[in-house]
Design a protein around this ligand. Structure first.
Ligand SMILES: NC(=O)c1ccc[n+]([C@@H]2O[C@H](COP(=O)([O-])OP(=O)(O)OC[C@H]3O[C@@H](n4cnc5c(N)ncnc54)[C@H](OP(=O)(O)O)[C@@H]3O)[C@@H](O)[C@H]2O)c1
Length: 159
C-alpha cells in the first residue's frame, strides 16, 4: 500500500493512483507478479477498470451481478478465509492491495502475515486512511529500504 506523507491512500474512493512514486509502482508490479494473484476492493478496481497483466486479480464485491469476462479477473463475494482456501492450491502468497474497506476486512480476519507500505513524497491534504474502521493491532518493523524518493517499510504482526 502506498501512503502519502500525511498517511492517506487516496483522496476519495474514485481517486486514480497517479500520485505515487515510480519506485512504488515498480515494487507493486514486482510483488504482485511474484505472487501471481492480488485481491482488491471493487472501488479500487474501478479506479483502473481493467485487470493488470501477468497476474490474476480477485475483486471483492457484494454485487452478484458482476460477472467477469476476462480470464485474469474474478469477482468474489467470499470471505477472506474462503478466498485463501480457494487459492491455496495454486498460489503460495496473496497480495491484498486495498482499498481501505478491503484492508479492514482482511486485517479483521487475522490472515495478514506481512504489511508492506511505502511512504511517498506527497501530501494529499485529506482523504482515506489505510483502514476504513478503527483497527487496533501491533506490528514489528522487519525492514526499511529506500528507492530514490521512496521509503519502504515492512512489518509483521506481533503474536
Ligand atoms: N495508495 C494505495 O496503495 C492504494 C491501493 C488501493 C486502493 N487505493 C485507494 O483506495 C480508495 C478506494 O478504497 P475504498 O476503501 O473506498 O474501497 P475498496 O476497499 O477498494 O472497495 C470497497 C468495495 O469492496 C466491496 N466490499 C466491501 N466489503 C466487502 C465484503 N465484506 N465482501 C465483499 N465485497 C466487499 C464493496 O463493493 P460493492 O460496492 O461492489 O459491493 C465495496 O464498495 C481509492 O482512492 C483507491 O485509489 C489506494
Amino acid at each position: 500500500m502506498a501512503l502519502s506523507l500525511d498517511g492517506k491512500i487516496g483522496l476519495n474512493d474514485g481517486h486514480f493512483p497517479d500520485w505515487t512514486a515510480k519506485g512504488d509502482k515498480r515494487l507493486f508490479a514486482k510483488l504482485t507478479k511474484q505472487a501471481g494473484v492480488l485481491v482488491r476492493g471493487r472501488k479500487t478496481y474501478d479506479t483502473i477498470g481493467k485487470p493488470l497483466p501477468e497476474r490474476h486479480t480477485m475483486v471483492m464485491t457484494r454485487n452478484k451481478n458482476l460477472i467477469s469476462d476476462h480470464s485474469d479477473l474474478t469477482y468474489t463475494g467470499d470471505t477472506p478465509a474462503q478466498i485463501v482456501a480457494d487459492l491455496a492450491d495454486k498460489y503460495d502468497e496473496i497480495i491484498i492491495a486495498g482499498g481501505a474497506q478491503i484492508n479492514t476486512i482482511w486485517q479483521q480476519s487475522g490472515l495478514i502475515t506481512d504489511i508492506i507500505v511505502t511512504i511517498n513524497p506527497v501530501i494529499l491534504g485529506g482523504g482515506i486512511g489505510l483502514f476504513a474502521e478503527g483497527i487496533s493491532a501491533n506490528f514489528k518493523l522487519q525492514k526499511v529500504e529506500t528507492d530514490d524518493q521512496l521509503v519502504i517499510l515492512h512489518y509483521t504482526p506481533t503474536a
